[in-house]
Design a protein around this ligand. Structure first.
Ligand code: UDP
Length: 327
């Protein structure tokens, strides 16, 4: 079997990627420190607990499994936290990824699929962002991911480590079969927080800012279903296996929805009211992040099939009522 090292394989996106990898005939080897992930979510291949900052442990994992590629999901990923504690992001995301890249090079592993983010683009006056758009992140999370992208480019030149970089827009939804799902503790993301509020698990959803320069005053994001997103990763892996060279792809749908639109849609799908309160802006938030995704469709033959807002909320709602993990 062909081993793929999946950092962050116990997390939301990583666990869905492991399921997709297994279905595609690979063995996903999860490397995760369980700081935000769940061992219970590791269902599709071996689990190795470890931290990105532990180089000796990484070397040991590369030697033991001889992975042909790395899929690197492990990261701190909260915009708000990154503004309050940027050092965590530079240490864990940037220094941790440097360790991982060095370990991959030393082990002779040549293919690297990296989870980057639309947060690397920053606020850009309502443009549709494509892969050639300038990258001016306005929060430490985006800055840390951009730094890793730079590192990958340098490592390609020096060591021929090939990369596919995916810049995710907002990931939502869950495995329709319910084997894995989205469960963060504490939760910070819009859709699961809203579903909590609908279920009465929290008093209300706070809308972070109603004075943005958008039609209804709330931020606009481009939501993509996690199953479509991880499917793109399988295409990305094949792209590297076919020796097509390093490439960057946005992953979104090109459709932007405001926070209020997501709330209204959720009320309609669940047939329940969403208790909301209006609050101030969250530091670090961009006004609008919408993807031009034609490159992934044209070059990877990627077709998002579950990424309508209705489908994402419906899948998330089903999981939300039954699924959770325990430490
Ligand atoms: N948001 C909100 N209230 C919340 C959480 C998020 O209004 O409790 C907004 C947030 O300001 C952003 C959008 O919802 O405009 C998506 O935020 P999320 O944290 O889900 O993802 P991010 O865009 O930060 O990756």
């Amino acid at each position: 079997m062909t081993n793929i090292l999946v950092t962050g394989g116990a997390g939301y996106i990583g666990s869905h990627a492991c399921k997709a990898l297994k279905a595609a005939g690979y063995t996903p080897v999860t490397y995760d420190n369980l700081s935000t992930g769940w061992q219970e979510a590791v269902k599709f291949g071996p689990f190795e607990q470890g931290d990105l900052t532990d180089r000796a442990r990484l070397d040991q994992i590369f030697a033991a499994y001889q992975p042909v590629a790395v899929m690197h999901f492990a990261a701190l990923s909260q915009v708000g936290e990154s503004m309050r504690e940027p050092g965590l992001y530079w240490h864990n995301n940037v220094a941790g990824s440097l360790n991982l890249l060095q370990a991959a090079v030393q082990a002779g592993c040549k293919n690297f699929v990296f989870s980057s983010t639309c947060a690397t683009y920053g606020d850009q006056d309502n443009v549709i962002l494509d892969e050639t758009s300038a990258q001016h992140p306005i929060n430490a999370y985006g800055a840390s991911k951009r730094a890793i992208e730079d590192m990958l480019r340098d490592f390609e030149v020096a060591y021929d480590l090939r990369h596919v970089i995916f810049r995710y827009f907002n990931v939502a939804g869950c495995d329709p079969a319910g084997e894995v799902g989205e469960f963060h503790q504490p939760e910070t993301h819009l859709i699961p927080l809203m579903l909590d509020a609908i279920e009465g698990k929290r008093d209300a959803l706070t809308i972070f800012g109603t004075d943005y320069d958008t039609p209804d005053g709330t931020c606009i994001r481009d939501y993509v279903h996690v199953c479509d997103l991880v499917d793109a990763h399988i295409h990305g892996l094949k792209w590297l296996e076919d020796d097509k060279g390093s490439r960057v792809f946005n992953l979104g749908t090109g459709a932007g929805f405001s926070v209020r639109e997501v709330i209204d849609q959720s009320a309609a799908i669940t047939n329940r009211p969403v208790p909301v309160v209006e609050g101030p802006r969250r530091p670090g938030d961009c006004t609008k992040l919408v993807s031009g995704s034609t490159r992934a469709e044209a070059e990877l033959a990627w077709r998002p099939v579950r990424s309508s807002l209705d489908q994402m909320i419906a899948d998330a709602w089903r999981w939300h009522q039954t699924g959770h993990y325990e430490k």
